[in-house]
Design a protein around this ligand. Structure first.
Ligand code: AHG
Ligand code: MN
Ligand code: MN
Length: 341
């Protein structure tokens, strides 16, 4: 009979399974001395919704939930069936979880009142980011931001609770449904990434304390809009070409962002002649990813101002967005500002 002498010997033939998302969240609760566990529970609810949406995505090619839903959302964009599925799944999980009093979603016109007046958190989310990639089996994601409400606990939530600067976020992150499914989040104490282990049904800590390099050689931008970009943005893109940086742009911000977070580089969705505020929504696309990027040591800007300092004026407001390696974001801001003088 084989005798196993030590743990190292076992690790040679058994993949090590480390910390689960649940355990990590519980351990980290100590970082919030006055927390009573609601935020931890809320993060677990997001983890659960992510697993449910992941299941729907994995099966989508077979179950017929690819394609258009037949309605448009508040932005006048055609909703995909999966946009609607993800929206419903996240709203249900967050409502049943009872830690959230209101939700803002890309797929909902107004705020969703969960009916839990006693809850102190607000969630802003893009339930499914990169919908144009659903039908072609390319990575898509969910983006979420968590805020503490401003109004008194016990009263109905208001729009003011939701209209907060990104710097007030208590936690934010994203789920990427890709070659492997990952959940990456921050509570303002660094960024950690978890990979979904299908057979166990658990997110396992795989990318602890993610740091973004100060510079990189990837850039993500839709150069199809070249003619509509400002001269400053064109100058920066020309600089990228001169440096032989590599273009990586999939149309799923979560996937493009994930590469830049891990490998360094720059992501940008600038203003265009048609859309002075770009396309990406401040509350549930720009703010959460900007918070993650800053926590990883990178930067996030609209060309003039830090994204996290923008005062929101409406639920679905947009903002031009540049984020990534600090030196690259600085360089672009410098080139853009040259023309603003
Ligand atoms: P959504 O699917 O939530 O509407 O977001 C798509 C976003 C973002 O993920 C991506 O970077 C960008 O739209 C792509 O837009 P373009 O096709 O205009 O480049
Ligand atoms: Mn999106
Ligand atoms: Mn979306």
């Amino acid at each position: 009979m084989t005798h196993i002498k030590n743990v190292q010997e076992v690790d040679q033939f058994v993949a090590p399974i480390g910390t689960t998302l649940d355990r990590f969240i519980t351990q980290r609760q100590q970082e919030f001395p006055y927390a009573k566990g609601e935020l931890s529970q809320l993060l677990r609810d997001i983890g659960l919704a992510a697993k449910i949406v992941n299941l729907a995505i994995v099966k989508s090619g077979l179950s017929g939930i690819e394609g258009l839903y037949g309605e448009q959302n508040v932005h006048g964009e055609d909703q995909q069936k999966m946009d609607v599925v993800a929206n419903v799944r996240f709203i249900r999980a967050l409502t049943r979880g009872e830690e959230v009093c209101a939700i803002v979603s890309e797929e909902e016109d107004g705020i969703v009142d969960t009916g839990h007046c006693d809850a102190k958190y607000i969630v802003a989310m893009d339930p499914l980011d990169g919908s144009s990639n659903i039908d072609v089996n390319t990575p898509i994601g969910t983006i979420f931001a968590i805020y503490r409400r401003k109004s008194e606990v016990g009263t109905p939530p208001t729009e003011e609770d939701v209209m907060q600067k990104g710097q007030n976020q208590v936690a934010a992150g994203y789920v990427m449904y890709g070659a492997s499914t990952m959940l990456v989040y921050t509570t303002g104490h660094g960024v950690n990434g978890f990979t979904y282990e299908y057979s166990l049904g658990e997110f396992i800590l795989s990318h602890p304390n993610i740091k973004t390099k100060p510079s990189g050689n990837y850039y993500a931008c839709n150069e199809g809009y070249w003619n509509d970009y400002s001269q400053g943005v064109k100058d920066y893109l020309n600089y990228c070409h001169d440096q032989h940086y590599k273009t990586r742009y999939s149309g799923s911000m979560v996937a493009d962002f994930h590469r830049i977070l891990l490998k360094g580089g720059i992501f940008m969705y600038p203003s265009t002649k048609k859309d002075a505020q770009g396309k990406l929504r401040l509350l549930y696309e720009c703010n959460p990813l900007s918070f993650v990027m800053e926590q990883a040591g990178g930067k996030a800007h609209n060309g003039i101002q830090r994204i996290l300092e923008i005062e929101p004026k409406s639920l679905h407001q947009r903002a031009p967005l540049v984020m990534g390696s600090a030196d690259m974001v600085d360089k672009l801001a410098e080139m853009v500002q040259k023309y603003a003088k």
